[in-house]
Design a protein around this ligand. Structure first.
Ligand code: HEC
Length: 206
């Protein structure tokens, strides 16, 4: 018994004694923290400046025609740069270069003659579709959102896959449509005859 108690006492002592070598630890820990911080900083710098990976870039690639589009539709009204303008620009890229910027939702390649939304639609079409969306659609018997129209074109016209409602691709196409609708001063429910959609596009709608 005594031995056990002594042993237990020693254990207690050794446990108590434990902090003393641990006094070195804060330094070691600080060293580790610095190393981790340096690593994180290094990664951030590499990701932003060195990697050239699109996923790490906050700005959108400037595609041909963007400057003209930007001026033509007064995109700068929404600011020189910012999340909204960048989203519109990404929408522009998706709309005109779908095979490149939404490749995961389409089977169309550069080899296809029509490989982008712009092959069948004009930006104005998007604007009119936007302000006329969320209406009862006699063909399907229910309300169709702008997003659903876009999804349908990805699945059908683009021979591809349906993006989710929350995908930036769909969001930015909507923002592009908003920008153009704003410039054309369309209000909700504006309708236009003879929208330049491909034939049959406005079959029942008129
Ligand atoms: C091959 C031609 C073609 C391509 C490519 C195409 N569409 Fe369409 N799109 C159509 C047709 C045809 C309709 C009309 C379908 C209908 O009303 O049932 C339509 C309808 C729409 C509408 C609804 C129009 C309205 O007035 O309500 C939207 C929005 C739309 N497309 C967006 C897109 C987007 C975004 C893309 C690219 C991802 C795209 N489309 C690619 C042919 C195309």
């Amino acid at each position: 018994m005594d031995v056990n108690v002594a042993a237990a006492g020693q254990e207690v002592r050794s446990v108590r004694a434990a902090p003393s070598p641990g006094r070195m630890r804060p330094d070691a820990l600080r060293g580790k923290t610095w190393a981790a911080a340096a690593l994180a900083l290094g990664f951030v710098l590499w990701a932003h400046l060195g990697s050239h990976l699109p996923v790490f870039r906050t700005h959108v690639s400037v595609e041909r025609g963007w400057k003209e589009f930007r001026d033509g539709y007064g995109v700068s009204e929404f600011g020189g740069d910012g999340h909204f303008v960048r989203a519109a620009q990404n929408g522009y890229n998706v709309f005109f270069f779908t095979h490149k910027y939404a490749g995961r939702f389409t089977r169309k390649t550069p080899a296809d003659r029509v490989n982008a939304c712009a092959g069948c639609h004009t930006p104005a079409d998007m604007a009119y579709a936007f302000v006329n969306a969320d209406r009862f659609d006699p063909k399907s018997g229910r309300r169709l959102s702008f997003e659903e129209r876009v999804m349908r074109c990805f699945a059908g016209s683009m021979d591809g896959f349906v993006p989710t409602l929350y995908d930036p691709t769909v969001r930015d196409l909507r923002i592009l449509a908003r920008v153009v609708a704003h410039h054309l001063q369309l209000s909700e429910g504006a309708r236009k005859d003879g929208v330049q959609l491909s034939e049959g596009a406005h079959g029942d709608g008129g």
